[in-house]
Design a protein around this ligand. Structure first.
Ligand code: M6R
Length: 605
């Protein structure tokens, strides 16, 4: 979704900002803009363009010199994508420039008041309201002007503000939308995502909600929206600029699928305790007595993270014997849920920014619940809001569709399940069994990745389907859901996912030769039940692609995956289906890293 990048220092700012915007492209956007403080009058020069950053770049004039600027990629909420609606938004006198992520909920009301006072709006955006509020403030300092404006705004914002009368600074503020400061040598950066910063500095400060900051070339300070100074100690980000590069692959999705053996190795590293056949998770903030007192686990996430949470719930229930389930965070927060003090709530999110998940966490915290985060982005909003948690250490995921984070999140849940299980009733033998299974995963993932050419051939065969069915039973069902989501997202082929046990209760009516079924058929206690489902499909002339541990006679094709412990099989069975979705989309000529209508981080409702 929207992205912010800003710079103040000695370097020529426009190329820096354009490069920063390119690093934010993966988040999804429909237009972009840049404003630079130049030595000539009017000081603030702005260029905006609907479309890609390269379109903006082509419009930036040769003479666009300046050493302070802010820029933005916009995902339209108020007003269609257009040059005019793109950020930055300036006032009529070209004194104030604002870029904004988030949504001003009371924009209509504020706009009506400003219009009644004679202000002329040129865009349809909610952001322009912020510009005019700052521009008409009579306060003496830019900090005070911004503070006055944010006090009347309801909603979410991450903003960066420049003012022609205060050329030595950029003022930023955060409420619900990420703002990260990058601390350099006699230069400062600001962005909504560290991806835009790591090429220049890995020293960062993440603002909290209700915090503001003033950036000058050689200094920064942070304070609350009420003016009280806050302490901000820079942290070092572990991700390097190179981890955001394509690394020789044609797409980020392919790169990220291919990285999964290493990523899983990373999430396991330093966490296994062979002495007690358990797992140590440093950031949980849950002592053994508290862990024993948990009566239920409720996992909340959206999209792929929700599917990972479903598998996580199964792992916690089977290994720790605590009743557990997963629910879409987007639904949970609107159904006035009963919040039980003995339930452990777990919020799952790759980005750590997804608004629906964050809002659910905030609602839970308000009601006194204990919330853990299972998150990939260190220091992200959900990670900070949670009482503790597990980082999934997948490394940056750039492709809009999630692959390696799904796998690592499920592995992180397996670690958590062993940890909780060994505090409760998981035996030493079973703890050891699962740990040995976890250790086998990286090599088994590599084995699956090496079958890519075979999966590519299968994808070519199934790519002409207009619609596909995915089925799985118990542990296999979330794998089916996730595989069907992957296919939909990047190939735009319609796909349905059902528990295999539900087939005869309705979806069997859809089965015919033109509707192929992908069936998850692990070699476990449900094998015969799953085979019965294949019989039912075959009897209706349905084509079947099975993902299994041994050849399935009823299937037209079988993708074989290595066997692990039953509980861990879902981790491996999802991987060939990521490749199937990838090669299907490739065969159909889709824009794989940027599927239509989707953004990487959904930071608004
Ligand atoms: O960053 P999050 O994990 O919270 O994102 C949640 C979903 O928006 C995300 O998983 C989405 O479903 C992806 N496009 C899946 O590929």
């Amino acid at each position: 979704m929207c992205g912010i990048v800003g710079y103040i220092g000695k370097r020529d700012v426009a190329p820096l900002l354009l490069e920063g915007l390119q690093r934010l492209e993966y988040r999804g956007y429909d237009s972009a803009g840049i404003v630079v403080n130049t030595p000539k009058s009017p000081a603030l020069k702005v260029v905006k363009a609907k479309g890609r950053v390269r379109e903006l770049e082509s419009r930036v004039p040769k003479r666009f010199a300046g050493t302070t600027g802010i820029a933005h990629t916009r995902w339209a909420t108020h007003g269609a994508p257009s040059d005019i609606n793109s950020h930055p938004h300036l006032d009529a006198d070209n004194n104030v420039a604002v870029v904004h992520n988030g949504i001003v909920d009371n924009a209509d009301e504020l706009r009506a008041k400003l219009v009644a006072d004679g202000i002329v709006f040129i865009s349809e955006t909610d952001t322009e309201v912020i510009t005019h509020l700052i521009a008409r403030s009579q306060a003496d300092t830019l900090e005070e002007k911004v503070r006055e404006a944010v006090k009347v705004i309801e909603g979410t914002y991450g903003i960066a503000v420049m003012h022609a009368d205060f050329p030595d600074r950029i003022v930023v503020a955060r409420n619900g939308s990420p703002v990260v400061l990058g601390i350099g040598e006699k230069e400062m950066f600001v962005a909504s995502d560290v991806a835009a910063l790591v090429a220049h500095t890995r020293q960062i400060v993440t603002l909290n909600d209700g915090e503001m900051a003033t950036l000058k070339a050689d200094d920064f300070r942070t304070y609350t929206t009420s003016g009280a100074t806050t302490t901000a100690t820079p942290e070092t980000v572990e991700w390097e600029a190179a981890s955001y590069d394509m690394g020789g692959h044609d797409t980020y999705m392919h790169k990220e699928i291919s990285e999964q053996a290493d990523a899983v190795d990373r999430v396991l590293r330093g966490r296994i305790d062979d002495r007690f056949n358990t797992v140590h998770l440093g950031g949980l903030n849950l002592d053994p007595r508290e862990a024993r007192g948990i009566r239920r686990v409720k996992i909340l996430g959206c999209g792929t993270s929700y599917h990972a949470g479903m598998i996580g719930a199964g792992l916690i229930e089977s290994l720790a014997r605590i009743p557990a389930d997963a629910e879409p965070a987007s639904e949970f927060r609107y159904r006035n849920p009963v919040v039980d003090p003995d339930t452990l709530y777990i919020a799952v999110s790759q980005s750590g920014e997804t608004y629906d998940v964050l809002a659910a966490v905030q609602e839970l915290k308000r009601k006194g619940a204990r919330v853990l985060g299972v998150v990939n982005v260190v220091g992200s909003a959900i990670a900070r809001e949670a009482d503790g948690g597990v980082y999934v250490h997948a490394g940056p995921e750039v492709c809009v569709v999630s692959t390696k984070c799904f796998t690592n999140t499920v592995v992180a849940f397996a670690l958590l399940a062993v940890h909780l299980g060994r505090i409760r009733d998981l035996s030493v033998t079973d703890g050891k069994r699962i740990i040995e299974g976890l250790r086998k995963l990286p090599a088994q993932i590599q084995e699956i990745l090496e079958t890519e050419e075979d999966i590519k051939k299968l994808a070519a065969e199934y790519a002409e389907a207009k619609s596909m069915m995915f089925i799985g039973r118990v542990r296999g069902y979330p794998v089916a859901l996730e595989a069907s989501l992957k296919l939909k997202e990047i190939s735009y082929i319609h796909a349905e996912a059902y528990p295999a046990s539900e087939l005869k209760h309705g979806p069997l009516a859809l089965i015919e030769p033109a509707m192929p079924t992908v069936a998850i058929v692990p070699d476990d206690d449900l094998l015969e039940k799953n085979r019965a489902a294949l019989e039912e499909i075959k009897a209706r002339s349905g084509r079947i692609l099975a993902v299994a541990h041994r050849e399935q006679e009823k299937a037209d094709h079988t993708i074989l995956v290595p066997k692990n412990e039953d509980e861990l099989d879902p981790i491996l069975m999802g991987i060939p289906l990521q490749l199937l979705a990838y090669h299907t989309a490739l065969a159909l000529g889709r824009d794989i890293d940027k599927p239509r209508n989707l953004a990487k981080s959904v930071t608004v409702e």
